[in-house]
Write a protein that binds this ligand. Structure first.
Ligand SMILES: [Zn+2]
Length: 440
């Protein structure tokens, strides 16, 4: 089904993709057809296609981060792309779509602005790591030109479709979409969170006939947010009291802004390094998407921002530094770890899920990390805190129940069966693959 041919020349790369669109399709009611371009049975490269008559919509079009990343299937001409939120597994292929078809992009202001930051960063990393990606600077420019802002509660009209936005509670600006073609009613959740965090307000389940829901945490419950915050702050205090440094790797989008607010009560020298600062400024500019602009601003004011190598050297000696990347696969965090790796008093406090084959996972499993191609033993204490921005198993189940759907289509998870078993007690469940076809 999937065939990608890449050629690379000295001046510019060209990616020739010969891909077939998924054969998997759902036909809803009279004329609405749904299929997927990727991301159904794993967390990454999500893309859902909806067609009615001559109109084709796409909901998310992401890639799976990696060196190099992997991609979803190529989609045919698409009239509009609706982005749920600015994580690369949901937005990564949007510039390709703009360059290829001039597709209109819909998203909230927070999603669209942060997306540009991430897409430019993807181009930079691909240059540094010397691998090709299927879009260039002009495609990212096209992305900005084709962007159309949508707010919560707004409706977009494309062909026979009406698309309505709702808060998804995952990160600032994250959106669920209700899609209606005059007879059918489908909700696409993107990624959701159903508990309040310092940064975001929880999502509520919308009543619908067909619920297309993420299932990242199927089979995995979360501890309560309050407990996680308490344990995190106790560990920070313990490390400071024993004279160690606290290194907090955090994802730039969402997690960094939450962590700086959690650290608000710790009055000591704190530094912030990496892309999280730029993202925080976007959130402060569009503060309707965050719970409290005042709280985020007050928390950020206590941090000194790293802008130069000299400042980074100073930050490395400071009691607390919050920095990217969250999974230790590059970014300034590696310099901080290199500086402190032989100090058992220092602690590395991981604040997000560590995917297999990342430096963060290797550190948790073996106590070692790769820096500049060398495997280094790390003597620091390493702790992991479950600050997920996704609903856990029990919350996903409750959310699905609250939507009172007839049908639930589970996507974006590598262990969907456990959640499917629980949902089957109140709705018909589908676990689509890219090769199978369902009609109903
Ligand atoms: Zn996400």
């Amino acid at each position: 089904m999937l065939f990608i041919k890449v050629t690379f020349d000295q001046d510019s790369y060209q990616l020739h993709k010969l891909l077939l669109v998924s054969q998997h399709s759902f036909v809803i009611g009279e004329c609405m057809k749904m299929s997927f371009a990727g991301g159904v049975d794993h967390v990454g490269s999500l893309g859902m296609i909806m067609e009615s008559g001559d109109t084709r919509l796409l909901f998310d079009y992401g890639l799976t981060p990696g060196k190099p990343p992997t991609y979803p299937m190529k989609v045919p001409h698409t009239d509009a792309l609706f982005l749920t939120h600015s994580h690369l597994d949901h937005i990564g292929m949007a510039p390709w779509l703009c360059g290829e078809y001039g597709t209109t992009i819909w998203g909230t202001e927070a999603t669209l602005e942060v997306a540009v930051v991430l897409l430019q960063d993807s181009l930079k990393i691909s240059r540094l790591e010397s691998y090709p990606i299927p879009f260039d600077v002009s495609d990212v420019r096209r992305f900005t030109e084709e962007s159309t802002i949508i707010k919560y509660g707004d409706r977009a009209f494309v062909g026979p479709f009406t698309v309505k936005t709702m808060d998804a509670g995952h990160i600032p600006g994250s959106t669920m979409y209700r899609v209606d073609d005059g007879g059918n009613d489908v909700v696409f959740t993107g990624d959701i969170n159903t508990v309040d965090t310092r940064l975001t307000t929880k999502a509520s389940p919308p009543k619908c006939h067909t619920l297309v829901m993420e299932s990242t945490y199927s089979g995995r419950p979360h501890p309560s947010r309050k407990q996680v915050e308490k344990a995190f702050l106790e560990k920070v205090k313990e490390v400071l009291e024993r004279g160690g440094n606290v290194i907090v790797p955090a994802f730039a989008v969402g997690r960094t802004q939450e962590i700086v607010q959690i650290l608000d009560g710790i009055k000591i020298e704190k530094w912030l390094d990496g892309m999280g600062r730029r993202v925080a400024q976007i959130y402060l500019r569009h503060n309707e998407f965050i719970r409290s602009a005042g709280s985020l601003k007050k928390a950020l004011d206590q941090f000194t921002f790293v802008k130069t190598p000299y400042q980074r050297a100073k930050a490395a000696e400071a009691p607390i530094v919050v920095t990217t990347s969250g999974m230790l696969d590059g970014g300034p965090v590696l310099q901080y770890i290199r500086r402190h790796k032989d100090n058992p008093k220092t602690a590395i406090l991981l604040t997000g899920y560590q995917v297999d084959d990342t430096n963060g996972r290797m550190l948790m499993d073996s106590g070692s990390i790769e820096i500049d191609g060398e495997i280094e033993k790390v003597k620091c204490e390493v702790c992991h805190f479950d600050f997920s921005a996704h609903a856990g198993h029990d919350e996903l189940l409750k959310f699905a129940e609250g939507a009172k759907p007839d049908e639930v289509i589970l996507v974006h998870g590598d262990n969907r069966e456990m959640l499917a078993n629980d949902i089957e007690s109140f709705a018909k469940v589908h676990l689509p693959t890219l090769d199978s076809t369902f009609n109903y």
